[in-house]
Design a protein around this ligand. Sequence first.
Ligand SMILES: [Fe+2]
Length: 387
Amino acid sequence: MVVNFYRPVEVFFGEGAALKVGEVARRFGFKAMIVTGRESAKKSGAIDKVISSLSSHGVREYVIFDEVVPNPTDTIVNRGAEIAVREKVDMIIGLGGGSALDVAKAISIVSSNEGSAWDYVKYPEGPRLIPYLNRPVVCIPTTAGTGSEVNRYSVITNEMRKEKLVISHSLNYPKVALIDPTLTYTMPPDLTAITGFDALTHALESLTNKIDNFMAEEYAVRAVQIIAEWLPVAVEEPENKEARRWMSYAAMLAGVAIDHMGVALIHAMEHPVSAHYPEVAHGEGLAILAPYVTEFNLKGNPEKYALFARLMGYEEKPEKAVDALIDLLERIGLLKTLKDVGVEEEKLDRLTEDVYMLSRHTFTVNPVEPTLEDVRELYQRAYEGRI
Ligand SMILES: [Fe+2]
């Protein structure tokens, strides 16, 4: 068996890593664009730290693009790209949760090539355009979940089409990731739970889907172990620095795992939910769907699900994987239904169609290849809470 393992992202990990930004950015030029959300990086003081590190290392010019929102849109990316071109920035610094990092990476592609953000997202038939240039990107995550700081993906929503798709290209890697657990200390318990569960789903789906890569699987295995042990602690004791450190680490490991092995039906079914209901957070949608999709998938890869159960601290039996998920979700406050988060029952047909139109390429790598009736039934059960 021949496997591929490609790691083009330089990682600095540890308390204080964000303070390296000036030294790192200086390699790429003199003018930076800082891509961030509207509030949290300012409130936590992270943005001040970044700016003072930049200026003390000679990167004295910067533009702040603070229009990123959760489930970010192609319009936001296009606007950011226009500014990057107009302001002739040398590099892009993504500071924030997964949305800010995904937007920073996408701005790098769109500002350096023709076309607009939606030309680069991957429909099942492929993207409309292939990029051939980028700008250097430095990613500084302030949550622990997405893993975007170490992989080639940007998830973007088209508001008009109500579609959520992924830019996936080797030019979409950041050059450097500065993973500083201290930036996650101010995350409230609900955001800790939601983002941490995203990381767990990355590990679970990459481990159990039909793409095998024994090197990348090591990352998924370790991520599951760490998250099982430390996510509940991080949720229950937000000030626990050891828990924060482990969660930042696990999110990175899981981000590497999906970079090589991808995700599967849980993600494929979540994206239409948060595309139609942008107020639903990605990790919250995953949490709702994960137990049902996992139960459906068990027979497709019983060994790996048994392994997952063991890594979660349960008996090594495939069906225990579902118990492990439900118990964890209950403990971190994410055991919900689609109905609870405002999804309308009459929308379930449309969500099912969207899974087919936008993500059917995941069907063949999912442990069990689903029919559209299977997908519709899984949505129905997740809507009613019928496990
Ligand atoms: Fe995800």
